[in-house]
Write a protein that binds this ligand. Structure first.
Ligand code: GTR
Length: 415
């Protein structure tokens, strides 16, 4: 397939990228409960079907957050400057600490807010290699958490060092975000849960019962852990005096786009949600089996989901949900689905169709999702209460993506 990038894995090479080879499938009706009852009103949706769908995703896909007695937590501002980014922004670094059963995690928030806007709408997004990778600013602290090795970024021995400062600035156009009047809070995802198949570190052990060593089959994987962490960051930002009156937009790319969607589904305090190229287990419909599939993702990344998701390997038709139902859980809040033409692995058309099949729920609220099942062509964004674009190029986050996100948020969050 010409759109596939070189260096693709065996699974990527073997995947189906041919629309004509997709077997017919039937999606669960988002507005019909498991017992056959039709959703006719917002009340039916909010008190019935929405709760049912959320439970199904918890039990069968991402896993439940175990219930525990309250855990100890604290926050501390450890660095602040009102002359960041040449005086345009205030930079603040905040350490959150969570402690339970002799285990702890420390989450470092890097927050930028424009100096000329009170309570700016603020993007919250995880980064892949540490807060210091998204900016050249020397004051931005290095994470102490485990980091995946990456030769190109000079990361060896699973430790962040100065070598990786600024290596991911292309994905985070902070100055443009600030100039457009938005704030940005970013967090290294490994501070919440290091991305490896190892349930003895990160957030999960803080929730274990005595002698428990890993989550049970319907308990949370890493995606639900990252979603939990995003909610804790939101708890903090809602009481920081720079952002206490702000609206919050949960953003994520790829696996972190999956986490952004699950965060938006489980926590309706996120005012808008953006998933960039989130693919399988994110915005893409599983039943299309186009690009990455349930069995492939459960084999490569078993720790991302609850173990219970594995029973749907090659049995997508037996899933009680599909990913349009994940999008529907955002309603009536704005949600943006972004794809890249060169990222067929993430199934751009399947990502769009999720938005289309979630649209009846938006309609219940008098909001417009997508009106056509026709997949928009490259560079033809659709901006309703559900937004979409497919840009040319590979799996990545580029300025064009941010320009669309900001335009969409301005339009949707300005009342
Ligand atoms: C890929 C994975 C995708 C996507 C991506 C990423 O290898 O198959 O589901 O999550 O990683 O997060 O970069």
């Amino acid at each position: 397939m010409s759109l596939l990038i070189s260096g693709a894995s065996v699974a990527q090479q073997r995947a189906n990228y041919n629309e004509a080879k997709i077997k017919p499938y039937v999606l669960p009706d988002v507005l019909q409960s498991a017992n056959g009852q039709k959703v006719k009103s917002i009340a039916d949706w909010e008190n019935g079907r929405r709760k049912e769908i959320l439970r199904l995703f918890e039990n069968e896909v991402y896993g439940k957050v175990p219930e525990i007695e309250q855990m100890k937590h604290s926050s501390q501002v450890i660095e602040e400057s009102s002359v960041a980014l040449n005086g345009k922004a205030t930079r603040k670094q905040i350490a959150l600490n969570f402690t339970n059963q002799d285990k702890e995690i420390n989450i470092l928030i890097l927050l930028y807010t424009p100096n000329d806007v009170e309570y700016p709408p603020t993007f919250i997004g995880y980064n892949f290699y540490g807060n210091h990778t998204i900016t050249e600013e020397a004051a931005v602290l290095l994470t102490d958490s485990w980091v995946a090795n990456n030769e190109d970024f000079g990361i060896t021995e699973n430790k962040a060092t100065e070598a990786s400062r600024g290596v991911r600035t292309s994905r985070w156009p902070i100055e443009k975000i600030i100039e457009a009047g938005f704030g940005l809070a970013t967090i290294y995802y490994g501070d919440v849960d290091p991305d490896r198949d190892n349930f003895s570190d990160g957030i999960h052990p803080l929730f274990y019962k005595e002698d428990q060593e890993k989550p049970t089959s319907d308990e949370w994987g890493a995606i639900a852990g990252w979603a939990w962490g995003a909610s804790r960051v939101l708890d903090y930002l809602k009481q920081d005096h720079h952002t206490s009156g702000s609206k919050f937009i949960m953003f994520g790319h790829s696996r972190l786009g999956k986490a952004a969607l699950w965060a938006g589904a489980t926590d309706t305090r996120f005012d808008a949600v953006i998933s960039n190229e989130s693919g399988c287990g994110g915005a893409a419909l599983s039943r299309r089996k186009f690009g990455e599939t349930v069995s492939v993702i459960n084999t490569s990344f078993p720790h991302w989901f609850a173990d219970s998701f594995e029973k749907y390997n090659n049995k997508e038709q037996e899933l009680p949900v599909d990913q349009h139902m994940l999008i529907s859980l955002m309603a009536p809040r704005p949600v943006y689905i972004a794809s890249a033409e060169g990222d067929q692995w993430a199934d751009p058309k399947g990502e769009y169709l999720s938005g289309y099949y979630a649209s009846p729920v938006y309609k219940l609220y008098g909001k417009e999702g997508f009106t056509s099942p026709e997949h928009p062509k490259v560079n033809q964004p659709v901006h309703n209460t559900i937004g979409y674009h497919m840009r040319p190029g590979k799996h990545d986050v580029v300025d064009y993506d941010w320009e669309q996100f900001m335009k969409f948020c301005k339009m949707n969050l300005s009342e």
